[in-house]
Design a protein around this ligand. Sequence first.
Ligand code: SF4
Length: 473
Amino acid sequence: MHNADFTRNVAKALNDAPQRAHLEHVITNFMRGRRGLFNDDEELAALREAANAVKRRVVGRLAEVLERLEASCAANGIQVHWAETGEEASNIVLDITRSVGGKTLVKSKSMVTEEIHLNKTLEANGCEIRETDLGEFIIQLIGQTPFHIIAPALHVTKEQVGAIFAEKIGIDYTEDPDRLQAEARRFLRERFRRADVGVTGVNFAVAETGTICVVENEGNARMCASVPRVHVAVTGLEKIVDRLADLPLMLRMLVGSATGQRISTYFNMVGGPRRPGDQDGPEQVHLVLLDNGRSRMAGDEELRQSLQCLRCGACLNHCPVFKRIGGHAYAATYPGPVGTMVMPQLKGLDEYGYMALASSLCGACGEVCPVMVPIPSIIRRLRVEAHDAHGAVLDHGHDAARMESLAWSLWAKVMTSPGLNAMARKTMAALGGALPAVGPLGAWTSVRVRPKFSSKGLADLLREEDAKEKGSK
Ligand code: SF4
């Protein structure tokens, strides 16, 4: 997508007053929940340091930890598959489904399967895949992509859900959340019973023990992992922790940052296929490890910090841009600050360079990130790279962009020349002392406090301060 398309999406989202009010309400609740849980700043700082250390240890020696994970999984009877691209990963899931003579699948919420467009591949090859997370189920019915990484149908109101269910699954219209949930459950139970394969994402894969961990609140991931004959877990190759002992901290940071809960309703730990004597569980468990640009990221000391991400969504909730425009305006699998940081790295600046501009760089995302990913500085770097290597991606020949470029080079000249600086200062002071609200500056200053110019330079002010101090002695 081009920057101009993004600008159009943003304008559309900003003009959608009901959506903005709904977003404000829901996201403020997420923020309140997180703040209520992590209300001791000192303790939170210590927890973030510890969580950062856990993930840093892993992404710094990714190849070694992955090898250990593969060996531990194999010892547990979990079949590990490596996929370099999204297409390869989707085809692996398709092949596994075909190998058991199946074509019906159920899936729990997983952003990585969105990244690889798994549903599209499976459906194009005659399979039926049903989303079973309530939010994902709703957006699948209306053919949309997730709006938020942890709340995919956050933008859909209960009245809209009532209308969607009435039209798509043939129930009488209701906007009672309990009845809507019961209807979704009734509809999905039948799909679980018939499914050949259950697909889940992975929140943590433990290298030490070969355990696949999935965090959820609805119990549908547990059903996906235990009811069908085959369980396939798909994950980006960064979702690993070294030791089982790392889990309590990481779970606390993930769940608390995401929803403000002390612990999620379900925490699933899959240690292999059904064993003799087990009452339930799949006959086969597969783990698909997806690269899709991640090893390239791991090779760069600064960018590899993006791989520490837990996909908790806290940076989205605290981002003033996301809070106003919502997820769909970005036209990317991962929206918000995390998307701005990872999409250009996963898919390249050619395609996603425009996202490097989708940030005010206020720093809120970096401050709330539970694993201390320096999101703003990574976005800044990508913005510079996008501009240097792909200026056209950002500009598209727009006059506004050229004007901005001209304005910044003029500003640089004035700020590096004492003579010009003094002249500009005096002129601005004579014109009333504030940035004039004319031309493109009109739009900029209409939503900002107009900066005031001093008739004196910093050196003059410091000299005056010095003189004052000497005079008072
Ligand atoms: S970058 Fe940090 S805050 Fe954002 S989703 Fe990832 S872990 Fe959460």
